[in-house]
Write a protein that binds this ligand. Structure first.
Ligand SMILES: [Zn+2]
Ligand SMILES: [Zn+2]
Length: 285
């Protein structure tokens, strides 16, 4: 445990890059061996768009990394936050509780708000416009969303009272789980039933990428599935029944060009109920 804390306290940035690139490579290979869907897409072309958004996310995170470090220094110096308040418990338990709350605030919480607050959604929907969800979709986030997620993670560091090692440990797990649960693979049903009690699986997160509500508004979790169980947003659906994308932006002319994806938050908000009503009205004339 001491070694683990020491390693993540001083984790070199080169190791984090290896984790990001190595994770994508590993799941990319698994997708080749055991694909859930046989997409008729050019994998590299699709990946190029998502890698562009992965790079913009990394730039956003780097630009404000000093705020995260400053927050972490402040909470540890002032013994503020959940981890300090629970430090009478054994260290592994404190780390687990710390990770659970980092995941709740930095992933589940902000993801839930991304779906409920209209202008948050305008940024987040870029993640949902991918009609071929695979491991590269993990970091397909509009830079505006990357900022929102970063602020949520800083808030998590504050509430959890996260030391630097906890930030690196959490972010490493977050990257790997996100690549895993977007990968175009599924776990066998029996194995999924066990793993999904504790962790988010591809079977679980794919449901979130179905193009229509109510399934779009389920399975918000990233690392731990417990928050979806606790807040009643868990859904279990046969992945073969899913259609990826988002109903307001299904045209490839809109959901493929990077330029349009960057512009979507500044275009008019589309209410799917109104679009459907207009279709019915037009038909009745
Ligand atoms: Zn979402
Ligand atoms: Zn996703």
């Amino acid at each position: 445990m001491e070694r683990l804390i020491e390693y993540f306290s001083t984790m070199p940035s080169s190791h984090r890059t290896v984790l990001l690139v190595g994770g994508i490579t590993f799941f990319w290979m698994l997708e080749g061996l055991f694909p859930l869907f046989r997409f008729s897409y050019i994998k590299w072309k699709h990946a190029a768009t998502n890698i562009f958004f992965t790079i913009t996310t990394a730039i956003v995170n780097l630009s404000l990394a000093f705020v995260m470090v400053w927050t972490s220094d402040w909470v540890t110096n002032h013994q503020f936050g959940i981890m300090s308040w629970l430090d009478f418990l054994p260290t592994p338990i404190v780390i687990l509780i710390g990770l659970l709350f980092m995941d709740l605030i930095g992933a589940y919480g902000i993801h839930y708000l991304n779906h409920k607050v209209k202008w948050f959604w305008l940024f987040h929907l870029i993640h949902h416009t991918d009609t071929n969800v695979d491991t590269t979709t993990a970091n397909r986030h509009h830079p505006g969303e990357s900022f929102l997620r970063l602020f949520a993670t800083i808030l998590a560091v504050f509430v959890v009272g996260a030391p630097i090692y906890m930030i690196f440990l959490y972010q490493s797990l977050s990257v790997i789980f996100s690549q895993f649960n977007h990968a175009n693979i599924i776990l066998p049903a029996k194995l999924n039933a066990i793993v999904a009690c504790f962790f988010v699986t591809p079977n679980m997160h794919h449901v979130h990428h179905h193009f229509q509500q109510p399934l779009t508004d389920t399975n918000y979790g990233n690392i731990f599935s417990v928050w979806d169980h606790v807040f009643g947003t868990y859904a279990n659906v046969d992945n073969k029944m899913l259609t990826y994308g988002i109903d307001t932006h299904m045209s490839p002319q809109e959901n493929e060009p990077i330029k349009n994806l960057l512009q979507i938050p500044f275009q008019e908000y589309r209410d799917i109920k109104k679009i459907e009503e207009e279709k019915v009205d037009n038909r009745s004339y």
